[in-house]
Design a protein around this ligand. Sequence first.
Ligand SMILES: Nc1ncnc2c1ncn2[C@@H]1O[C@H](COP(=O)(O)OP(=O)(O)O)[C@@H](O)[C@H]1O
Ligand SMILES: O=C(O)C1=C[C@@H](OP(=O)(O)O)[C@@H](O)[C@H](O)C1
Length: 295
Amino acid sequence: MEAKVVQRPLLSQWMDTDAIGRMRRCSLQLPRRSPDPKRSEVLISVDSCPGKTSGYRRLIAVEMSSPNNKFPASAVQTGSLGALASLDRSLILKSKSQEVEPYLNGRCIFLVGMMGSGKTTVGKILSKVLGYSFVDCDSLIEQEAGGTSVADIFKLYGEGFFREKETEMLRRASMIPRSVVSTGGGAVMRPINWRYMHKGLSVWLDVPLDALAKRIAAVGTHSRPLLHGETGDAYTKALNRLSSLFKERGESYANANARVSLEEIAAKHGYRDVSFITPTEIAIEALEQMDHFLF
Ligand SMILES: Nc1ncnc2c1ncn2[C@@H]1O[C@H](COP(=O)(O)OP(=O)(O)O)[C@@H](O)[C@H]1O
Ligand SMILES: O=C(O)C1=C[C@@H](OP(=O)(O)O)[C@@H](O)[C@H](O)C1
C-alpha cells in the first residue's frame, strides 16, 4: 500500500488520519524538530481492520512533502505494530492534553452521562494526563455515609436523601480547582446542580443504550439501585430501565458544554461497533471536544 501525506502548516506533533480508505486507520508520528532537515523519521502504524487483533497491521511506504522541503520517509520500525497502536494513542492523549490544559485555566471538568457511560473510567484517565485530581461524587457520598454503599443509601434513606447529598457533593466539587469530577448519572436532573457544574466545564459521554446495557450486564446491577426491580436477564433489565431513564434525561445531558458521541468516534475510526473504542480514545475525543468549546 502506498500513501501520500502532505504536512499541514502549524501541524502539532501528532497527526491522526482516517483517510486511508474505508475501515483503515493510520497514524503518523512527526518529529517536533529534526536536526537534519533532509532526514526525518516518521513512525507509521496502519490498522487495516480495526477491532481485530494481530495480523492486520502493517507498515506502509509514505512520501511526505512540506511547504519547505520534499523528502521520502522511511519506516523506522518493523514487526507487529499492535503495541505501537496503543503507544500512538497514549502519545496523542498526552499531546492533546498539553494543548488543552493551559486554556482550562484550572477549571473543574464535570463528566456527565448515563450510568455505565464511562465517567469514572475516562475521568481517571483525563485527570492523570492533565495532572488534575479525580473526584467521584458517588464515592464521596458513600464515604460521608460511613462507607454505606449508594445502593444501601437508596434502600435505607430513599432517593430524595441521596439527591440532596449529590447536590452538596457537586457544590463542594465545584470549588476544587484542577479536578475531574465523575458525577452520578442522575445529577443532570436538578437545575441547582447545573449552577455548580457550569462553574467548570461539563462533558457528556453519549453512549448508545445497548452498549451501556451490555457493560452493566457484564458487571451486574447490584451497585446501581435504579436498575433493581426489573425482570428478565441482566441485559434486558438494564436496557429497559436505561431506555425509560434516557427518555427523561436526554435533554438534560444536552446542557453540557461538550458532547462525546461514541457513535461518532466509531464512524471516525471506521469501527463497526462502539465496543471497539478504548477509554483512551474516548479521553482523546473528550479533549478534542473541550478544545472546540474553548475556542
Ligand atoms: N470504553 C469502554 N469500553 C468497554 N467497557 C467500558 C468502557 N468504559 C467503561 N467501561 C466499563 O463499563 C463499566 C462502567 O464504567 P464506569 O466508568 O464505572 O461508568 P460510570 O462511572 O459512568 O458509571 C465498567 O465495568 C467499565 O470497566
Ligand atoms: O443514574 C442515576 O440516577 C444513578 C447513577 C449512579 O451513578 P453512575 O452513573 O456512576 O452509575 C448513582 O449515582 C446512583 O445509582 C444513581
